[in-house]
Design a protein around this ligand. Sequence first.
Ligand code: ZN
Length: 335
Amino acid sequence: MQRSRANATKLVKILFNLEKTALPHLQDNMTSDRVLISEVGPRDGLQSVKQTMATAHKLRWIDALVASGLQEIEVASFVPAHLLPQMADAALVVQHARQYPHLTVMALVPNRKGAEAALKAGAQKLTIPVSASEAHSMANVRKTREAMVEEVRAIVQIRNDLAPHVKVEAGISTAFGCTLQGLVAEDDVVKLAAAVIEAGADESGLSDTTGMANPAQVRRLFKRVFAEIGNKTGAAHMHNTRGLGLANCLAAYDVGVRTFDSSLAGLGGCPYAPGASGNVVTEDLVFMLEAMGIQTGVSIPKLILASQALSDGLPGEPLYGMTPEAGLPKGWAHV
Ligand code: ZN
């Protein structure tokens, strides 16, 4: 599953050649629909690996991600540098990413202090992780679920004061199961989604933080969340820990989800499943959706180029993904 940098360079050449010989008529019978791919590699990916990517490399990588057509990137996490040295340059990274007019620059903020810093740096969308598992919530942010809902309320207030145009998303983490407490009650997830919206969040999505979800569960739970909060239902953040990442994304798509988090080259490997990637691989997700006639606006060959920039910044880090390995099929007619 892993591939080398030299291999990636070769693949880019192959992919671009294929692109030139693409046959546009292959698209004729496909349905037209559009989704938003929210790239989380620079945040979720980088904070999960041991190495720290140098700022200059990070900026070049983000430039390459933008060049692939991605319209939303979670570029940083605003947490104390002593906890996550990989994110010490968060403000600088946000400022750099703001140069792109068609990009929504997103930042993760676990608390009001982080929210203030992110807004001051110029973040255009904030995402707050709220655990459905009480055990995970205490371990991750040392707060109960109820206390996190109040944190969301406080962050919304800060947003209203400092930057009212900025959107606030509260992502329900461990929504499909938790490695600490095991089962997470679906009622708890739905109630929490309703609570964060009541607290003022603009949207709430579901995260399979631990890679435990299955498609039937994804369909059932997202349906319930849609019934509860309607069009405030946000992104599906799926992990590929047990190989079900894409199946889970498709299940979410089938019940109406139109925003998907994913990570270039699956960066953010899960330590509990060696050889399996953590986050859903952006290249594979874009391939699946585009092949189905669902528009992402993202170019796979250019994603592969961006994975070169990622490799340059994190030498030796394993890269995942089936599409970059296999190349695009003959006749591929997409961007
Ligand atoms: Zn993730």
